[in-house]
Design a protein around this ligand. Sequence first.
Ligand code: THU
Length: 138
Amino acid sequence: MVDRKDLINMALDMRSRSYVPYSHFAVGAALLCRDGKVFPGCNIENSSFGATNCAERTAFFSAVADGEKKFSAIAIVGGPEGKAPSALCPPCGICRQIMLEFCSDDFEVILAKNPDDYQVFQLSELIPVSFGPGDLGK
Ligand code: THU
């Protein structure tokens, strides 16, 4: 069974795959599905800047493309390329909205510097008073 420390280690490994020629800020993510599978992600930047994809979205889109739609947790790590993270890397607003699309309020967002230094948040804490799939048609 995959635990939080495993997820953090997978996210840390993914930072080496980040494509970050503009910000030099490498982010890794590891998304745990309810069936136990893990989908990793890294940030992929673009010369247009706006077309940049965050590590979290890379992980979600790859999981959904593989047929997964039920998730229990994500570990996120980030910081200057080539250095160990020295601060937590909270997900951006767009990534929080993507989480909201597929995850319940108790989805765990694990923000880590390393496997021994992390904080766990519930999605509902990170995006309160949200607009999600259940609000359409009300
Ligand atoms: N980034 C992520 O991948 N995830 C986050 O949670 C925050 C920001 C990326 C986007 C961009 O490539 C770089 O970090 C700097 O913003």
